[in-house]
Structure formats: structure tokens, C-alpha cells
Design a protein around this ligand. Structure first.
Ligand code: UDP
Ligand code: MN
Length: 437
């Protein structure tokens, strides 16, 4: 009997021991997982993503590309090097290669819409400066794969003086495979995205110009809703809803319904759409009236772009041109809408604002917007950016003349009719004073 009890005790202690080992193992793994999560680098989230987070609770299903098995190794120095150079996860981009399928992010109502076969044709203009090779090719391949060819006049690539080897012969060679209607223009000097887009536009022959960044992936039936809106009103400028391609995982996520806005420092931000704007049978597929556009992803009638004065060619490198064009569209008789049934994914890169040339260009460009378009509201900008008050911004007479020639309305009109939410700025001290008294 004693030996039986001893044997039972022995077996029991082995079973308990094994359980303890198993529990310890699971616990260790969980700890490790949490550690890994907290060690992930903090990264600047795009405004689109912020609004996305505000609008979606975590239980809601997100549309994700299947990259779950391809986790990034954050200890790999190549990851950080790539991030510093390109602003996103290059290892993942190489893994995805030059084409992939992205999930259909459109609302179901959009699936039921039908578009005429006789829409105008489009020239797709993509400017790039030192873009990562696979990312650029994914942009091009997505356009070729998801655009009906009778609407696609051409794809115009403008290389803004890139100096990366991949973007030289290797790019020429790769484009041979796509072959169809691609023009590649190489700038002889760095022009910046504003003049580069004008160079692309000057070579275009389609009815509609569609500008894309070089790190986009278009979605299903992306072009037809844009062409359809412009076909109905040639002074209508339209943007797709810009879906978010995560800069680390490169997962493609549907964006919420947003409109474009900015603050008194003229920096763009996304804004929520009023619920009453989504009422009616069209619901979430209804075009959204937008005070501003985010940047380089929009469609415009080619002749109207010219008539409206294209871009301000004296703006340099990057920034401010989106607010300038938005103000010009609204104040000079056009309209700007976001079309939610048209979806284009965009990698929200982390901009390198330590770059002095970029900072200088952005300041100059914003000053040109202020002095050409803001009328008596100029000081609201300088209250935000007092250091820019006496900074030179070049000659603006040509653009002031353009404003007169087009018979544009006042900034006050824009505030009253398009963007009343841009409240008159209260100087911080005064605001504080009001709060205390
Ligand atoms: N770009 C360019 N020349 C420049 C700066 C940018 O051709 O001097 C291109 C860039 O490669 C991208 C597009 O212009 O395709 C828009 O730039 P970015 O994505 O940096 O702007 P954001 O998305 O922040 O508006
Ligand atoms: Mn971009």
C-alpha cells in the first residue's frame, strides 16, 4: 500500500511539475510579446490615421493586407536606414514587390453605381524624387491593373532629378514590361513637386489630369467616379478618399469619411464630416464638399487647370501648393469635392523637417499664399508664425494679376461660404485673459 501511495505521489508531483513548466512558458512568452510591442518605435502617425482612430472603435473590422506572417525585424539596422531614407518600411516594400492586390475599401453603395462608357480620358501624372523602387512600381502597376484602358490616355512619370541607382537603367528596363502608354520625363535639375507637376501637365494630352504621389496604390473603380464628376461640371476639382497605407506594416486600411481643412498656420489637417452631409439615399457615398485638398492626389479638367493658372511656378520644392490651389479653386469660381467611391491608398511618410532646404521652401511657399490670398486676414497667420513676418517670398505680381484677371472673390467670401469653421484667431494671451476674467 505504501508503495502505491508513494507511486501516486510521485506521478502527481510529475504532473504538477509539468503543468507548472507549461504555465511558466506561456507567461514568459506573453511577457516577451508585451515587451516587443512596447519596444516598437514610436512613429509619427499621419493625420488621416489619427482621424481613422477617432472614428473607428477597435471592434470594427479593418481591411488588412495579409502581411501578418511577415513581421518586421525591428533589430535590423536596414529597417532604420530605409526609414530614414524613404520615410517608411523599405524591407516590407521589397517583400511586397512591384505589384499586389489591395482590399476593396469602398462602401457597398458604391458597388451599385454604374458609369458611362463615354467618360473623358485621363492622363495620370506621377512625380517622384528618390522614391523607393518597388513602391513607385506598385503605384504604376496598380494604375495599369485597375484602370479601364479606354479611359487611360497615358501615365506620365516625372523624375525630379533622383540620384538613386535603382531609378536609372533599372527603372527604364522595368517600364518596358509595362510598356503601355508610359512617358518618363527626367528633369535636368531638381524642380520640386510644384514645377514637376506643371512639367507633367504640359506633356499631357488626356481630357483630365489626375495627379498621384509616387507611393500610392489605387483601388477598384477608382477613376470612373472622378471622371464622371468632372464630366458633369468641368470646374469641379475632385479628390479620391485617401486610404491609409501604414508606413511600418504597409497594411492597407480604409479611411473614414473626412474633409480637408487647415489652421491659421496654413498647415493641412483632416476634419470630420458633419452628419447632416451624409443624409439622403447616397449616404456615405455622397461627395463631400471640402475646403482644402491634402496634397498631390486629385483630378482636374486639363483646360480648366490651365485657365485657372496651374500652380504658382515660383513655389519651391514642397508644401503650401495644396492650400493655394484649394483657395484659388473656391475663390475663383470652381468647386472642390472628395468622392468617397473613389479610393486611393497613400503611404503617409514621415517628412524630414530637419531638412533646412525643405523648411525654407515651405516658409516661402506659405508666405506667397498669405500675401496673394489672405487679404485682411494675413495677420492671423503672422500671429502663428511671427518669425516669418519679414522673410522674403519673391515677386508675387504675376499671381496677384491672375487673381484680378480671374475675378476671384475675397478671402472673407471663402470664410463665409466655404470654411466658416476656420474661426478668427484669438491671440493666445488674449485667450488666456478671456479665460481668467
Ligand atoms: N516630389 C518631387 N520633388 C520634390 C519633392 C517631392 O517630385 O522635390 C514628389 C514625391 O516623390 C511625391 C510627391 O512629390 O511623389 C509628393 O511628395 P510627398 O509625398 O513628400 O508629399 P506629401 O505626401 O507629404 O504631401
Ligand atoms: Mn505623399
Amino acid at each position: 500500500m505504501k508503495t502505491i501511495i508513494a507511486q501516486c505521489l510521485f506521478c502527481g508531483s510529475i504532473v504538477i511539475g509539468l503543468w507548472a513548466l507549461l504555465l511558466a512558458h506561456v507567461h514568459y512568452n506573453q511577457d516577451n510579446l508585451q515587451l516587443k510591442e512596447t519596444q516598437e518605435p514610436r512613429r509619427a502617425r499621419s493625420l488621416g490615421e489619427n482621424v481613422y482612430r477617432q472614428n473607428h472603435n477597435s471592434s470594427e473590422e479593418t481591411l488588412k493586407q495579409d502581411t501578418t506572417n511577415d513581421k518586421t525585424d525591428f533589430s535590423d539596422p536596414e529597417f532604420y536606414k530605409g526609414f530614414a531614407q524613404y520615410g517608411f518600411n523599405v524591407i516590407m516594400s521589397r517583400r511586397l514587390g512591384i505589384q499586389r492586390e489591395v482590399p476593396d475599401s469602398r462602401d457597398k453603395i458604391c458597388h451599385k453605381k454604374h458609369y458611362s462608357f463615354n467618360l473623358p480620358t485621363a492622363s495620370i501624372i506621377i512625380c517622384f524624387h528618390n522614391e523607393e523602387f518597388n513602391t513607385l512600381l506598385r503605384t504604376v502597376s496598380s494604375v495599369i491593373n485597375l484602370t479601364p484602358h479606354h479611359f487611360l490616355e497615358e501615365i506620365i512619370l516625372v523624375d525630379d532629378m533622383s540620384d538613386i541607382d535603382d531609378l536609372k537603367e533599372k527603372l527604364d528596363y522595368q517600364l518596358e514590361f509595362f510598356r503601355e502608354r508610359i512617358k518618363l520625363i527626367r528633369n535636368k535639375k531638381r524642380e520640386g513637386l510644384i514645377r514637376s507637376r506643371m512639367i507633367g501637365a504640359s506633356r499631357a494630352s488626356g481630357d483630365i489630369l489626375v495627379f498621384l504621389d509616387s507611393h500610392c496604390e489605387v483601388n477598384r473603380v477608382w477613376l470612373e467616379p472622378l471622371l464622371d464628376a468632372i464630366a458633369k461640371d468641368h470646374k469641379m476639382v475632385v479628390c479620391p478618399l485617401i486610404d491609409v497605407i501604414d508606413d511600418v506594416t504597409l497594411d492597407y486600411t480604409a479611411a473614414p469619411l473626412v474633409r480637408g481643412a487647415f489652421d491659421w498656420s496654413l498647415i493641412f489637417r483632416w476634419d470630420n464630416v458633419f452628419s447632416y452631409e451624409l443624409e439622403g439615399p447616397e449616404g456615405p457615398s455622397k461627395p463631400i464638399r471640402s475646403p482644402a485638398m491634402a496634397g498631390g492626389i486629385f483630378a482636374i479638367d486639363r483646360h480648366y487647370f490651365k485657365e485657372l493658372g496651374q500652380y504658382d511656378k515660383d513655389m519651391d520644392l514642397w508644401g503650401g501648393e495644396n492650400v493655394e490651389l484649394s483657395l484659388r479653386i473656391w475663390m475663383c469660381g470652381g468647386q472642390l469635392f472628395i468622392i468617397p467611391c473613389s479610393r486611393v491608398g497613400h503611404i503617409s511618410k514621415t517628412q524630414n523637417f530637419n531638412n533646412a532646404a525643405l523648411k525654407k521652401a515651405l516658409s516661402k511657399n506659405l508666405l506667397r499664399v498669405v500675401h496673394i490670398w489672405l487679404d485682411e486676414y494675413k495677420d492671423n497667420f503672422f500671429l502663428q508664425r511671427p518669425s516669418l513676418k519679414y522673410v522674403p517670398y519673391g515677386n508675387i505680381s504675376e499671381r496677384v494679376e491672375l487673381r484680378k484677371r480671374l475675378g476671384c472673390k475675397s478671402f472673407q467670401w471663402y470664410l463665409d461660404n466655404v470654411f466658416p469653421e476656420l474661426e478668427p484667431f484669438i491671440y493666445p494671451d488674449e485667450k488666456e485673459w478671456n479665460e481668467f476674467h
